[in-house]
Design a protein around this ligand. Structure first.
Ligand code: ZN
Ligand code: ZN
Length: 355
C-alpha cells in the first residue's frame, strides 16, 4: 500500500514538472513512509527517495521505513541541500503549510539557482481517499472509542464533574488499546453546551442538564471522532425539541451520503432543515470534516466547499444547535463512503439517552 501512495505522490511531482519534493509534515511522512516518529524529512524525486532523521530516530527509521534509503543527518538543512544538489533537482516542491519562513529562506539562500514550488492541496487530495489498510485502522479506532463510551455512560450522574467524566472515558479507551486520545475531550454540560468546543472543566453535572461529549482515540496512528449529547434527569420539552431537530438533521445528512453528491449539497441537507426549524443562526460551523492520520483533514463538508463525495472518503457528520444562555446539542458520527452509500464507523446509537 505504501508503494501505491508513493506512486501517487510521484504522479503529482510529474504533473507539476517537479524534479523532487521534500516533506516535513509528520502526517505526510507517516502516510508515505510508515515512520511513526516526530522528526524527519522525506526527500522524494521521480526515481529515488531518501528519509533523513536525527540520531534519536535512526534505529526506529531503519525498522519502520522499508521503501526508502534512511540517512542520519548531522545538520538537517545542510544535508537536505546536499542531497538535492546530488540528485540535480532544480524545480523542488515543498509543503507550503508546514515550513517556517526562516527555513524557507535558509533553503532558498543555499540553492539560489533552484525554484522552490509550494505544494498544498495536491497532498491533501491524495490522503482524502483511504485505502483498505487505513479503512481498517479507522474502523478499529472508532470501535474502541464507541465501546469505551458505552462502558462508562451509565456512571454519568449528577455531581460528577466534566473533567472526571473525561478522565473516566480516557481510562476506558486506554484499557481497550487506544494509544492516546485524539484531542482534548469536549464535555459541555448545561449552559456550557452552547460552546461548540467547550473543553471538559471543573463544572459538576446537574440533574436536568444536557451534556455534550465529543471524544476520539488515536490508535495505530489513526483518529476517531464521535459526539453524543445525552440528558441527565428528565429532559424538558425544549431540550427534547432541540435534540430532535439536530437528530433529524443528522439523519437527513446521513441519508444523503453517497458518491457524487456535492459537499455543499450534503451540508445543506442538515443546514436547510435546521434553518427551516428556526435555528439557522445557531449552527455556525460546517457539517463535517475528513479525518485519518490527522483529526482534521480534507474534505471539509461545508456550504463553501468545492467538490464531490467519492468512494473511500472518511468524514464526520456533526450538526449542532448552540443557544447562548441555554445550552446546546451536537450529534456526530464518522462515515466511510461506499460504492452506493456509507458505512458508519462510530457505533454509539444516537437516540436521546436519558440517565
Ligand atoms: Zn468530534
Ligand atoms: Zn469532528
Amino acid at each position: 500500500m505504501l508503494k501505491n501512495r508513493v506512486a501517487a505522490a510521484r504522479g503529482y511531482l510529474d504533473n507539476l514538472c517537479l524534479d523532487a519534493a521534500f516533506f516535513l509534515n509528520p502526517g505526510n511522512i507517516r502516510y508515505l513512509t510508515g515512520f511513526t516518529g516526530s522528526e524527519g524529512v522525506l526527500l522524494l524525486s521521480v526515481s529515488e527517495g531518501s528519509f533523513l532523521t536525527d540520531s534519536r530516530y535512526s534505529i526506529q527509521a531503519k525498522q519502520e521505513v522499508t521503501e526508502f534509503k534512511t540517512v542520519e543527518y548531522r545538520e538537517k538543512l545542510a544535508d537536505i541541500v546536499s542531497l538535492l544538489i546530488e540528485i540535480g533537482a532544480v524545480r523542488i516542491g515543498f509543503e507550503a503549510e508546514h515550513m517556517t519562513v526562516a527555513f524557507y529562506k535558509a533553503i532558498s539562500d543555499r540553492l539560489p539557482s533552484c525554484e522552490l514550488v509550494p505544494l498544498g492541496a495536491e497532498l491533501d487530495t491524495l490522503r482524502m481517499i483511504k485505502d483498505a489498510g487505513e479503512m481498517q485502522l479507522l474502523g478499529k479506532a472508532a470501535e474502541i472509542a464507541s465501546r469505551a463510551f458505552l462502558e462508562i455512560v451509565d456512571s454519568i450522574r449528577p455531581g460528577l464533574s466534566e473533567s472526571e467524566l473525561a478522565l473516566d472515558l480516557e481510562v476506558a479507551m486506554r484499557k481497550s488499546g487506544a494509544e492516546d486520545k485524539a484531542f482534548e475531550f469536549i464535555v459541555a454540560s448545561g449552559v456550557r453546551g452552547a460552546l461548540p468546543h467547550g473543553k471538559a472543566g471543573g463544572k459538576r453535572i446537574l440533574s436536568g442538564e444536557l451534556v455534550t461529549i465529543d471524544y476520539g482515540v488515536l490508535c495505530n496512528g489513526y483518529n476517531s471522532d464521535e459526539t453524543v449529547t445525552l440528558a441527565v434527569g428528565r429532559p424538558d420539552s425544549r431540550q427534547r425539541e432541540v435534540y430532535q431537530i439536530v437528530k433529524d438533521a443528522h439523519a437527513f445528512a446521513l441519508e444523503g451520503v453517497k458518491p457524487g453528491i456535492s459537499f455543499r449539497e450534503l451540508d445543506g441537507k442538515a443546514r436547510n432543515y435546521i434553518e427551516k426549524k428556526g435555528y439557522g443562526n445557531y449552527f455556525g460551523h460546517s457539517l463535517g470534516h475528513g479525518l485519518g492520520i490527522d483529526i482534521h483533514e480534507k474534505p471539509v463538508v461545508s456550504s463553501r466547499s468545492e467538490g464531490l463525495v467519492e468512494e473511500g472518503m472518511v468524514f464526520t457528520i456533526e450538526p449542532g444547535i448552540y443557544l447562548p444562555g441555554w445550552g446546546g446539542v451536537r450529534i456526530e458520527d464518522t462515515v466511510c463512503v461506499t460504492v452506493d452509500g456509507y458505512r458508519l464507523l462510530t457505533k454509539v446509537p444516537k437516540d436521546l439517552r436519558v440517565l
